[in-house]
Design a binder for this molecule. Structure first.
Ligand SMILES: [Zn+2]
Length: 142
């Protein structure tokens, strides 16, 4: 992750990574210093009418991607997929969730392929259909 203005407070390095886990934290990849960033007024993203800092959005996307990939590798059903997405609906907009689902499917593909190519294709399509129905995405054209 390389962001203008995001530097390690200890050594000044710009090689910063996000620490996986509950509270949002950043870690310097050079000196190992870990800290909770002070959110700056710029850099917010509007999600469903709320202002959310991009760092929170990015952390949520990564977390959702991991959770979905693990679930999809186990060929979770539509209800299971919806239960995961429901936890992110306040932080991520439909566009981001929809993209993350597609990424998770790509990552789960090697595992799903073991169950057969036609299963994989059918399953991928059913997941996308399930998610799009849940999110009402893409929005209907006027
Ligand atoms: Zn550092």
């Amino acid at each position: 992750m390389h962001r203008e203005g995001l530097r390690c407070p200890k050594c000044g390095s710009m090689r910063i990574s996000i620490v996986a886990g509950g509270q949002f934290q950043l870690k310097c990849m050079d000196c190992g210093y870990t800290w909770s960033p002070n959110l700056v007024p710029s850099g917010y993203i509007e999600v469903n009418g709320r202002l959310i800092h991009w760092t929170e959005v990015e952390a949520a996307v990564e977390k959702l991607l991991r959770e979905l990939r693990d679930a999809l590798e186990g060929a979770v059903d539509c209800e299971g997929v919806k239960a995961i997405i429901a936890r992110y609906i306040n932080v991520l907009d439909a566009d981001r969730i929809s993209k993350t689902v597609r990424n998770a499917l790509v990552q789960a593909e090697p595992n799903l392929r073991l169950k057969g190519r036609s299963f994989m294709e059918k399953y991928s399509n059913s997941v996308i259909e399930c998610v799009n129905g849940y999110l009402n995405w893409p929005p209907p054209r006027p």
